[in-house]
Design a protein around this ligand. Structure first.
Ligand code: NDP
Length: 453
């Protein structure tokens, strides 16, 4: 690491205390950018990385609401408007009790590079709340969403900031948020993405992150003359991204064998087939149950409850060819990365954002396996959100095949950008450096063009 980057990281830690996830994300990107900043002094002189690290605007607000018993509940809402150099702020909303400023800043920072990689005109943003939709009635979720949007509505707009879903924010929540925005502003615009198909949503948006992640994995394999056919795959999570990752893996002839939630994971030696996936989708999206029920339903599966005293997650110790972490940040630790490599995994494609910690990333890079960081592999979600914005602007909807084809081309292009950029900077095959540098260059050049703002 250069002295410049070391000093920059020390300053980030001093100025943003108690935000370990944000420090981690900045460190990973800054380490890759050493290669660029040493060659291009103009970026250093313009303090571009320093400016990209500092959000353009941070909004933090009170979200009071009444539960079904009539009691007042109180949560905290956030929106990080990180970078608008190449387009309106764009990035999801997360509702989860772990949400805090540092986690949303890390997500918004990552989002800036990811959105740049998609080649679409979208800046970086992220937001959410420490509200937990789990165990709440639909009416409670609606009242929370309405209160959240009552404040957020003053800050967003179809040409300013366009939020979407993330953990805990799916079709139901986007519906309530959109309804309240429309009521407050008296306008029907593409202010949110992930909308319902009947009111401005795009076909393939729900599937996009999972499908895109698998398309990216297929590209990595194709570059080595391989396919996903017959490959055994470990998948974590069981929400939106995990579900459509499994579906596309099945389409391409692979054999997914695991899924998880925050309480534990299931391992199904026989493979998770389409019927079992259908069960999971109903379990998670309709009944909102726990993944443990999968093992009760299918005798070929075993359920392993999460054990917080362990220094690793046994899900990643199973023998497999590929791994798709699709739950949350830092779910693959150094020891897990070592276990994955030992278990024969040759490819890791991240559906989640920053699921692998820095030690794990270094382990994958040293083992020279195919490792795609989230900002490249899961960019399909925001890419189709960008396509939803384009359709809304035209007041027109594309067919399923058309959106899917565009998604496939975008993932192919992101893969190509990672490869060519890593070659150009002398680290061929390193997708982390390729994604970070390619994402940075477009934003940095736009900021240079736009002056010191
Ligand atoms: P969902 O809420 O649909 O699903 C999240 C899944 O991860 C659930 O199975 C959840 O289990 C599990 N999970 C969440 N937090 C934890 C935790 N602390 N420990 C263990 N498991 C956990 O979210 P998504 O599928 O949309 O998002 C998953 C990941 O993908 C996130 O990192 C998100 O940022 C990223 N992503 C999502 C995109 C999208 O389009 N939705 C786009 C790009 C990235 P439980 O139900 O028990 O909480």
């Amino acid at each position: 690491m250069s002295d410049y980057v070391a000093t920059l990281l020390a300053n980030v830690k001093a100025q943003n205390p108690a935000e370990p996830e944000f420090h981690q994300a900045v460190q990973e990107v800054a380490e890759s950018l050493t290669l660029v900043l040493d060659r291009h002094r103009e970026y250093r002189q313009a303090k571009l990385l320093e400016r990209i690290i500092e959000p353009e605007r941070v909004l933090m607000f009170r979200v009071p609401w009444l539960d079904d018993r009539g009691e007042v509940q109180l949560h905290r809402g956030f929106r990080i408007e990180m970078n608008s150099a190449i387009g309106p702020y764009k990035g999801g909303l997360r509702f989860h009790p772990s949400v805090n400023l540092g986690i949303l800043k890390f997500l918004a920072f990552e989002q800036t590079f990811k959105n740049s990689l998609t080649t679409l005109p979208m800046g970086g943003g992220k937001g959410g709340s420490d509200f937990d939709p789990k165990g709440k009635s639909d009416n409670e979720v609606m009242r929370f969403c309405q209160s959240f949007m009552t404040e957020l509505a003053r800050h967003i707009g179809a040409n300013t900031d366009v939020p979407a879903g993330d953990i805990g924010v799916g079709g139901r929540e986007i519906g309530y948020l959109f309804g309240q925005y429309k009521r407050l502003r008296n306008e029907f615009t593409g202010v949110l993405t992930g909308k319902g198909l009947g009111w401005g949503g795009s076909l393939i948006r729900p599937e996009a992150t999972g499908y895109g992640c698998v398309y990216f994995a297929a590209e990595m394999l194709a570059a080595r003359g391989q396919t996903l056919e017959g490959k055994t795959c470990l998948v974590s999570g069981s929400g939106n991204v995990a579900q459509y990752t499994v579906e596309k893996l099945l389409d391409l002839g692979a054999r997914p064998v695991t899924l998880s939630d925050s309480a534990g994971y299931i391992y199904d030696e026989a493979g998770i087939d389409r019927d079992k996936l259908k069960f999971v989708i109903a379990l998670k999206n309709v009944r909102r149950g726990r993944i443990a029920e999968y093992a009760a339903q299918y005798k070929t599966a075993t359920y392993v409850p999460a054990d917080p005293t362990l220094d690793h997650n046994p899900l990643w110790s199973h023998k497999a060819d590929c791994a798709f972490p699709c739950a949350t940040q830092n779910e693959v630790l150094g020891k897990d990365a070592a276990n994955l490599v030992r278990g024969g995994v040759q490819l890791v494609a991240e559906g989640a954002n920053m699921p692998t910690n820095l030690e794990g990333v270094h382990h994958f890079l040293q083992a020279h396996i195919m490792y795609a960081p989230g900002k490249a592999a899961n960019a399909g979600g925001v890419a189709v959100s960008g396509l939803e914005m384009a359709q809304n602007s035209m007041r027109y909807s594309w067919q399923r095949e058309e959106v899917d084809d565009r998604l496939r081309v975008i993932m192919k292009n992101i893969h190509k950008a990672c490869i060519t950029t890593s070659e150009r900077f002398g680290v061929a095959g390193n997708y982390v450096a390729g994604a970070n540098i390619a994402g940075f260059l477009k934003v940095a050049d736009a900021m240079l063009d736009q002056g010191v703002v």
